[in-house]
Design a protein around this ligand. Structure first.
Ligand code: UD1
Length: 362
């Protein structure tokens, strides 16, 4: 019997861990999965909603670390996670993605001599001002097994001197969740609730500190949204960090005055999938959404200067527009002119990545 602690911490972790835990439960004679939630994200809309939508079992252990500075949050996760690993004596600990909880838990394991595997390894933006880039680099250096989503990630790891024996190309687990829930998400009534009768609308997400904490950058993005929203409504589920900075930077009135920009609370997995899968275009600074839109052929405009997911640009539907007003508007207008959606096929993003991960652990 292989005992595995699966770590979740923040919103983008849940859809990556859910298919892995489900696959382990299907093979219950071989695997004993435990779910440990660090509590990095704790609002119902940022956490609980995803457990329900994704059929993710309630956490076996909840660490409740909450929000804090990077150092304090990382340290608290480590302090709380260490006794859990000592008590449970797992054969493997699985960490996913690039959030603070990912690095913190990997570091605990390696110091205790417990084997740790990193899912979504090898992605690199080459922008070290991004906290996630530091989390990726360090987690990949110390993890025993690195599960990559695409061949470019393998190349990055090899270039950093990581032995090939530690690397396994398994595909994209987040896309396992997308394919599993796409049909069910059609039942969501979110478009009715938002009065979006036609399929002519855009979706926006924005939460990177480099975008929302800086008034100049945020201001340039708002200028672009003003122009785009003259063409079609933009639905904007607002991340808690962004809601805070809109108030702190004095942007509340300005945001309210943009016609067609519709601020809503963060959405659950089904509602959000339903919404972006039918959107004319998506504007985002998220990482995962670049991948999800690519698979569905929905045009994605990334409001960052770089991406750690280049395959979404070369094979997918992603355009890196940065944060220059004119560039964002030009990219959006070009996307609106598209009549049909491309059919995108990315190798190993096929809904079976979790099974390939289990095959490597057994
Ligand atoms: C974190 C991840 C980021 C990921 C994002 C997805 C790191 C370094 N960053 O960023 O990679 O893309 O999650 O959402 O791990 N807050 C709440 N309620 C919550 C969670 C957060 O109000 O449930 C607020 C708090 O004010 C907090 C702020 O959001 O201080 C930032 O939260 P934090 O987890 O530190 O980083 P995110 O910006 O969410």
């Amino acid at each position: 019997m292989i005992k595995v602690i699966n770590v979740v911490g923040a919103r983008p972790n849940f859809m990556k861990v859910a298919p892995i835990v489900e696959a382990m439960k299907r093979r219950e004679r071989e695997f004993t999965p435990l779910v440990v939630h660090t509590g990095q994200h704790y609002d119902a809309a940022m956490s609980d909603a995803f457990f329900n939508d994704l059929d993710l079992p309630q956490p076996d252990v909840y660490l409740g670390v909450g929000s804090a500075s990077h150092a304090a949050q990382t340290a608290r996760v480590m302090e709380q996670f260490e006794p859990v690993v000592i008590r449970e004596k797992p054969d493997w600990v699985l960490v996913v993605g690039d959030v603070n909880s990912t690095l913190a838990c990997a570091l605990v394991c390696v110091k205790l001599g417990v084997k740790v595997a990193h899912v979504e390894a090898g992605l690199r933006s080459r922008d070290r001002t991004m906290p996630e880039e530091i989390n990726r680099l360090l987690t990949d250096q110390i993890a025993d097994l690195l599960f990559t989503p695409s061949a470019d990630a393998n190349e990055n790891l090899v270039a950093e001197g990581i032995p090939v024996e530690r690397i396994r190309l398994v595909g994209n687990v987040m896309i396992d969740s997308l394919y599993k829930h796409l049909e069910r998400s059609r039942q969501s009534r979110i478009k009715d609730a938002l009065d979006l009768n036609e399929k002519r609308y855009a979706v926006l997400t924005l939460h990177r500190p480099s975008n929302v904490d800086d008034p100049l950058t945020f201001g340039r993005i708002l200028d672009a949204l003003e122009k785009i929203s003259e063409q079609l409504p933009i639905v904007f589920p607002v991340h808690p960090r962004t809601r805070k900075t809109i108030a702190e930077l004095g942007f509340a009135e300005r945001v309210k005055r943009i016609p067609g920009l519709r601020l809503v609370e963060p959405l659950g997995y089904f509602d959000f999938l339903n919404l972006y899968s039918d959107a004319k275009l998506v504007l985002t600074d998220s990482g995962g959404i670049q991948e999800e839109t690519s698979v569905l052929g929905v045009p994605c405009i990334t409001l960052r200067e770089n991406t750690e997911r280049p395959i979404t640009v070369t094979i997918g539907t992603n355009t890196i527009a940065g944060t220059d007003t004119d560039k964002i508007v030009a990219a959006a207008f070009a996307a609106l002119k598209q009549k049909t959606r491309p059919k995108v096929t990315i190798p190993l993003w096929d809904g079976h990545a979790a099974e390939r991960i289990l095959a490597e652990l057994s």
